[in-house]
Ligand binder design. Structure first.
Ligand code: TXA
Ligand code: MG
Length: 319
C-alpha cells in the first residue's frame, strides 16, 4: 500500500493524519466524522469554540460544503486556488457544528502542496486541518516540528519537506456583502483588492462579526520570552543586556551589531517570502536553546510584510 492510500484508510477509519501544505503542516481528520473532529481538538488542546478549515481537492466540491457562493468568492477561488487562501462562506446544513463552532459559516481551502492534493483527491471528501501544533504554539513547517508538537497523537505523518510559504493562509470572509480579511497571509490585501477591483477591509475586533480566534493574544508564541524592537532600539538594548544572559537576535536589516559572546545573532532573509518561509523554523530552533530572550528586529512597514508583522507582534505579545 502506498503512503497516500494508507493515509486515506486512516482518515476513513476516523484517525488523524498530519500532512504538509504549502503554508504549514495540518492535522487532518474526516470533516464528516464527529468523533474524528473531536480528536483533532483533543490532540491540539484546542478550545471547542475555535472553528476548523475544511480542505478540499477541487473547486467542484465547493458547493457540497458552502452555499450562496458569491461572485467575489468565485473570483478569489479562481485567482488563488490551489493556494494559501481560506474563504469563509455560508455553510451547507450538513457541515458539523464541531467544525464551524456552531456558526453559520465554514472556512474552505484548496491547498497547493502536491501531497496534500493527492491525499485530498484520493480521500474524495473534506478534511479538517488546523495547523499541527499544540494550541497557541508556533505552527510546524517541517516534519520534525510536527513530531515535536504531536508525538504519537497523529496516527501518521506524511513528509512533504519544508513548507514553501511558511505562514498560515490568508483568511477572507466572503459570506457577507463586503469582503473582510480575518487573518493576513502571504496573499496580501493588495493582491485581493486587485482581483476584486474594490477595497477590502481588514478585521479589527469592531469590524469582525465572526470569530477568528487565530487572532487572539499569545498565538504563534515561542516559550522563550520574545520582544520586538526597531533597528534604532536594538543596539542600545543589546549593550544593556547583562553578559550572563544569553539572548538571540533575529536581524532583518544589515544592521551591524558589535559581537558579544552572549548574543547569538541570526541573520534573517531580507525578502519577505524567504523571511516568512524561515520564520517559524527559526523561532522553533531558538526556543530549544534555553535563552533568556529572543529579540526580533522589526520588519519593514510595507504591504508585502503585513502577515509577517502580524505573526511577529503575536509572537511577542506575551512579553
Ligand atoms: O494555512 C492554513 O490555513 C493552515 C493549513 C494547515 O491549511 N491551517 C490553519 O488552521 O491555520 P488553524 O485551525 O490553525 O487556523 C484556522 C483559522 C482559525 O483562526 C479559525 O478561527 C479560522 O481559521 N476559521 C475557521 N473557520 C472559520 C469561520 N467559519 N469563521 C471565522 N474564522 C474561521
Ligand atoms: Mg493554528
Amino acid at each position: 500500500m502506498n503512503e497516500i492510500t494508507q493515509a486515506v484508510t486512516i482518515l476513513q477509519q476516523g484517525g488523524l493524519v498530519a500532512f504538509p501544505t504549502e503554508t504549514v503542516y495540518g492535522l487532518g481528520a474526516d470533516a464528516k466524522n464527529p468523533e474524528a473532529v473531536r480528536k483533532v481538538f483533543t490532540a491540539k488542546g484546542r478550545p471547542f469554540d475555535h472553528p476548523l478549515i475544511v480542505h478540499l481537492a477541487n473547486v467542484d466540491q465547493l458547493g457540497e460544503w458552502a452555499r450562496d457562493i458569491t461572485l467575489m468568492a468565485k473570483q478569489l477561488a479562481q485567482a488563488f486556488w490551489p493556494g494559501p487562501l481560506t474563504l469563509i462562506l455560508k455553510k451547507q446544513p450538513h457541515v458539523l457544528d464541531a467544525v464551524t463552532a456552531g456558526q453559520d459559516t465554514v472556512g474552505i481551502r484548496i491547498p497547493s502542496h502536491p501531497l496534500a492534493l493527492a491525499l485530498l483527491s484520493e480521500f474524495g471528501s473534506g478534511v479538517v486541518a488546523p495547523s499541527a501544533n499544540q494550541f497557541t504554539r508556533v505552527s510546524p513547517t517541517e516534519v520534525s516540528a510536527v513530531q515535536e508538537e504531536m508525538g504519537e497523537r497523529a496516527a501518521m505523518i506524511l513528509d512533504g519537506g519544508v513548507c514553501a510559504v511558511g505562514l498560515e493562509s490568508t483568511i477572507v470572509n466572503v459570506s457577507g456583502a463586503l469582503p473582510v480579511i480575518l487573518r493576513p497571509g502571504m496573499i496580501t490585501k493588495e493582491m485581493i483588492e486587485e482581483v476584486l477591483g474594490r477595497e477590502v477591509q481588514v478585521a479589527t475586533r469592531e469590524v469582525s462579526e465572526v470569530r477568528a480566534p487565530g487572532q487572539h493574544h499569545l498565538h504563534y508564541a515561542p516559550r522563550t520570552k520574545t520582544i520586538l524592537l526597531s533597528a534604532s532600539e536594538l543596539t542600545a538594548y543589546v549593550a544593556s543586556v547583562a553578559s550572563q544572559e544569553r539572548i538571540a537576535l533575529m536581524l532583518q536589516s544589515d544592521l551591524n551589531i558589535p559581537a558579544h559572546d552572549h548574543v547569538h545573532v541570526v541573520k534573517m532573509p531580507e525578502e519577505p517570502a524567504a523571511y516568512a518561509q524561515s520564520l517559524y523554523h527559526t523561532l522553533r530552533c531558538l526556543d530549544r536553546e534555553e535563552l533568556a530572550m529572543i529579540v526580533i528586529e522589526a520588519v519593514p512597514n510595507d504591504p508585502a510584510w503585513e502577515a509577517i508583522r502580524d505573526r511577529l507582534s503575536k509572537a511577542s505579545a506575551g512579553a
